[in-house]
Write a protein that binds this ligand. Structure first.
Ligand code: FAD
Length: 382
């Protein structure tokens, strides 16, 4: 880790947050993992302490801080050992709300961003549909003008916070085919015709709720549009840059955590009369894992550095997320392997961490899509 990227203020912020996580999050993890979601009160507590609106404009209840503070938030939440908790909170504070902060009207910010900062309203980001995931330009959820409203029809799937959200920042088709016909619309989840479907059963990140949602003649005021009509694709792509950094940071912290667990176990557990770390094979495997972790962190922190400075980092964020999300799967395997049978048991944190490491090659651009972005950004297309 580069110690120099964090200031004394960041470290004070980290210490306070770490205490909060120890007291208010860690003891509840088994319960939240079992119920498949975190409670509304956690959003409210985090909001009252200013952790949800870190980057939001101070005019609407945010703190106007930089992404290094968000980095600290992600690292400390993942250190709770429940990646699902981090995913749910970041889906709200970054994925669903940041577009409103960046491009929403004053009215939208008053109505949705201010309560998002306090945790009074929970947000979700609704892009993926049953027939359109990687190919965002193919979404079919249609928003048709009717006087001062849009009437929305369609379906979304795999939506984080889907069953607990109060609003969904939604990709809708307002124009013709392709990327030029997409808008971003905030839809309150209590609007008539907004149907919350079943909570999906996932392989991991169990504390974050993921759902299917249906919109049937769902009427939404046209003033809930974010930015210009038919400019949604650009806003979504801009948002993906930050989302990839969030996911890369989650992967980096998961790896650190698993590595520390593996090192501790390797010092404690004995086989054939020796500590496991007395075998050179384990020293080397954990050395290799550390190389992957530090390379992931270096790529990710470099991308965050560019992002904080407002520089173009489309390729860098894609590189960071691609590398870290692929690395975490291998690191998870090696770190769990040293635990032997215990690594497969729910009582051991390593089992959950390993399970939680599997899905990050998918969200905010699959590894295949990210390779395509890197190819385009770095002149590999012929
Ligand atoms: C835990 C979880 C949480 C999620 N949360 C959200 C959320 O909050 N909001 C939201 O909108 N979505 C969310 N998603 C959805 C996620 O963004 C999509 O799953 C992802 O974009 C991929 O879309 P897809 O599943 O439809 O796969 P598809 O697009 O159908 O892709 C299937 C496979 O084909 C590959 N592929 C597709 N196109 C190409 C190509 N051109 N070249 C080569 N290979 C290709 C993909 O890489 C993938 O391996 C979540 C997903 C998960 C697993």
């Amino acid at each position: 880790m580069y110690p120099s990227v964090f200031s004394e203020e960041h470290e004070i912020f980290r210490r306070t947050l770490r205490e909060f996580v120890e007291k208010e999050i860690k003891p509840h993890i088994p319960e939240w993992e079992a119920q498949g979601a975190i409670p509304r009160e956690l959003f409210e507590k985090l909001g009252s302490l200013g952790y949800l609106g870190i980057r939001f404009s101070p005019r609407y209840g945010g703190s106007g801080l930089d992404f290094w503070y968000t980095t600290v938030l992600i690292e400390e939440l993942v250190r709770s050992s429940s990646v699902g908790v981090a995913v749910s909170i970041l889906a709200h504070a970054e994925f669903a709300s940041k577009a409103i902060d960046n491009a929403g009207t004053e009215e939208l910010k008053e109505e949705f961003l201010r309560p998002a900062a306090t945790g009074e309203k929970i947000g979700a980001l609704g892009i993926t549909e049953p027939d359109a995931g990687s190919d965002v330009a193919a979404i079919r959820t249609r928003a048709t003008r009717d006087g001062g409203d849009f009437v929305v029809n369609g379906a979304k799937t795999f939506i984080t916070n889907g069953t607990i959200a109060d609003f969904m920042t939604t990709a809708v088709r307002t124009g013709g085919h392709g990327r030029g016909g997409i808008s971003l619309l905030v839809i309150p989840t209590d609007a008539p015709g907004f149907i919350k479907g079943k909570r999906l059963h996932k392989l991991g990140v169990h504390a974050s709720d993921t759902a299917e949602l249906t919109l049937e003649d769902c009427r939404v005021p046209a003033r809930y549009l974010i930015g210009q009509e038919n400019d949604g694709f650009r806003l979504i792509m801009e948002g993906f840059v930050g989302e990839r950094l969030v996911l890369a940071l989650i992967c980096c912290t998961q790896m650190r955590l698993m590595w520390e667990e593996a090192r501790r176990y390797g010092h404690e557990r004995k086989a054939f009369g020796r500590h496991l770390l007395g075998f050179q094979v384990w020293q080397h495997r954990l050395a290799d894992a550390l190389a992957a972790i530090e390379a992931s962190e270096a790529l990710t922190y470099r991308a965050v550095h560019l992002y904080v400075q407002g520089k173009d980092c489309i390729a860098e964020s894609a590189l960071a997320k691609l590398f870290a999300s692929e690395a975490v799967r291998n690191v998870a395997h090696d770190c769990a392997q040293i635990f032997g049978g215990n690594g497969y048991m729910e009582e051991y944190t390593i089992a959950r961490l390993r399970r939680d490491s599997l899905g990050f090659t998918v969200g905010a651009g699959t590894s295949e899509i990210l390779r395509g972005i890197i190819a385009k950004e770095r002149g590999l297309l012929v």
